[in-house]
Each structure stands twice: as structure tokens, then as C-alpha cells.
Design a protein around this ligand. Structure first.
Ligand code: FES
Length: 100
């Protein structure tokens, strides 16, 4: 795993079977650096209290409570790989207005 600074954000890059995923770098539990955690296949374990997240979706895996409580999800960033370059978009999606 590798954390990189993009603008004002820190993004964590994770390689799962050759596929690069980009997620928020801070644990949604208590804000520690997820780069210090352990990645096993698609499951990232936070070093602090061992909560686990799926780096492909951002969903919490453990503890079960974290799967249902809003706010315990990692932000997932779109990634595109072009040759040796990994392109990550930090733009937030725009919601379409009902009148447009
Ligand atoms: S800060 Fe990550 S599990 Fe608690």
C-alpha cells in the first residue's frame, strides 16, 4: 500500500491481484492512518483496533456494527491506469438537480 497526497487529500493506493484501488487514507473509526494497516487480498485491517474494510468497495467488513452504521465507510476514488501512471480522480460526483 502507498499513501499519496493529491491536492488537499491523502489517498491510499492498494493493489489487489494486480488491480489498483484508491481509498481514503484515514480510518473512519478514529482517524488513524490506514497505510499502517495490513492488506490481505481485498481486506484492509486498521492497525489501531483491527477494523477491516474492503478496499474495492470501501465497505466495512468488521465489526458487524460498522456495516450498518452510516459513516463507517471508506471513500473510494475512481482509478485509471495508463502504462506506468495511476490516475486518481478526487472529484466528487455531482448530483443531478431534479429541475435539470
Ligand atoms: S482507528 Fe481504525 S479501527 Fe479504530
Amino acid at each position: 500500500m502507498l499513501d499519496v497526497e493529491i491536492g488537499n487529500e491523502v489517498v491510499l493506493l492498494a493493489n489487489v491481484g494486480g488491480e489498483i484501488h484508491a481509498i481514503g487514507a484515514w480510518c473512519p473509526h478514529q482517524g488513524t492512518a490506514l497505510a499502517l494497516g495490513t492488506l490481505r487480498e481485498n481486506a484492509l485491517s486498521c492497525w489501531a483496533h483491527l477494523w477491516r474494510f474492503d478496499v474495492r468497495t470501501g465497505d466495512a467488513i468488521w465489526p458487524p456494527m460498522a456495516r450498518v452504521v452510516p459513516g463507517y465507510r471508506l471513500r473510494v476514488y475512481p482509478v485509471r491506469v495508463e502504462g506506468d501512471n495511476v490516475l486518481v480522480s478526487t472529484l466528487r460526483s455531482l448530483k443531478k438537480r431534479p429541475d435539470s
